[in-house]
Design a protein around this ligand. Structure first.
Ligand SMILES: Cc1cc2nc3c(=O)[nH]c(=O)nc-3n(C[C@H](O)[C@H](O)[C@H](O)COP(=O)(O)OP(=O)(O)OC[C@H]3O[C@@H](n4cnc5c(N)ncnc54)[C@H](O)[C@@H]3O)c2cc1C
Length: 285
């Protein structure tokens, strides 16, 4: 199916994109890699009259690494994150996730900003961003604001971004000293999207007990979430196989599981608990 007709605009700067968003209001839509927007336009789930292409804004392609944080511009592609040697050292979880997004074509075109702004419940990054305790940076008519990742994903394809804001970057704090990470995913065999994906960031205190454990889960419900019950059960303990298994069994407590033809709710819940256990074990191994 073809999209409904639209007018194409190429923004030269963030200010230009903001001005176009203001001018066209609800009928305007930002275009980044196009690998989520164009499919929904072809299906006519979205029918924007004005497309605002931001891919010419070079400042949105920057990756800035300091002692405290890595700041990734909205237009950084999945391929760049998958292959960047500095990302592999500073935030290896990002590279791990980027490498399992879709296929090479999707990774070449798709951007981290587009993936976060789209908030697909089966997207990979939301799990990792929750585990990394990231902050989304958005710029709108009244300036730039930080959105803690815990407040960013609000529901099915819904985020805290305002319609007149551009997601300009995401800031990932440096993981705690000695931290390790893991991402476990059951991909949909056709699309590669996460039927379930579980990301873990963990660190130990000098006595071997768990000092940090952050677990982000995607694919299981209509919005990615932190598995706080699992984290709280294990932080401060020296976990073994039994305690990890028992804690991971609570990963779906109180969460309404998605159900579709690929994975009924009970199956998804079981996969979520198993991948949570595996991701914790792998991060701690
Ligand atoms: C075949 C296929 C397989 C895929 N498999 C996976 C997978 O395994 N895992 C996974 O996580 N994803 C997967 N994806 C999705 C892919 O990662 C997309 O690239 C990504 O979700 C959207 O990024 P984009 O740059 O293409 O955004 P676009 O499609 O251009 O935009 C998506 C949405 O975000 C908005 N937007 C984009 N950038 C910004 C911005 N900077 N500020 C504000 N709003 C913005 C747009 O207006 C639009 O609403 C797959 C896609 C396809 C087509």
């Amino acid at each position: 199916m073809f999209p409904t007709p639209f007018t194409y605009h190429r923004a030269a700067s963030v200010a230009d994109a903001l001005q176009l968003l203001q001018q066209y209001g609800d009928s305007g839509k930002i275009l980044a890699g196009g690998h989520s927007l164009l499919p929904v336009m072809k299906l006519r789930f979205a029918q924007p009259e004005h497309i605002i292409d931001i891919t010419g804004i070079d400042e949105l392609r920057a990756i800035t690494i300091t002692d405290d944080a890595v700041t990734i511009g909205a237009l950084v592609t999945h391929h760049e994150l998958a292959t960047n040697p500095e990302i592999a050292v500073t935030v290896p979880l990002l590279g791990q996730m980027a490498r399992v997004v879709g296929d090479q074509q999707v990774r070449n075109m798709g951007t981290i900003g587009g993936a976060l702004a789209h908030a697909d419940p089966a997207a990979d990054y939301p799990a990792g961003m929750l585990a990394l305790d990231a902050t989304v940076i958005a710029t709108g008519p009244s300036g730039t604001r930080d959105i803690p990742i815990g407040e960013f994903f609000q529901g099915f394809l819904t985020t805290a971004l305002e319609p007149d804001e551009v997601l300009t970057a995401v800031r990932v704090p440096a993981p705690p000293s000695g931290a390790s990470c893991a991402y476990e995913k059951l991909p949909n065999p056709a699309s590669g999207y996460a039927t379930v994906g579980v990301a873990v960031v963990a660190s130990r205190a000098s006595d071997g007990t768990l000092a940090t454990l952050r677990i982000g889960i995607t694919g299981s419900s209509d919005v990615a979430y932190r598995a706080h019950d699992v984290e709280n059960a294990l932080i401060g303990t020296a976990p073994d196989a039994d305690s990890i298994r028992a804690a991971a069994a609570t990963a779906t407590d109180g969460v309404e599981m998605l159900a579709d033809k690929h994975a009924p709710a009970a199956y998804r819940a079981r996969v979520t608990r198993n991948l949570t256990r595996r991701a914790i074990e792998r991060a701690l191994a």
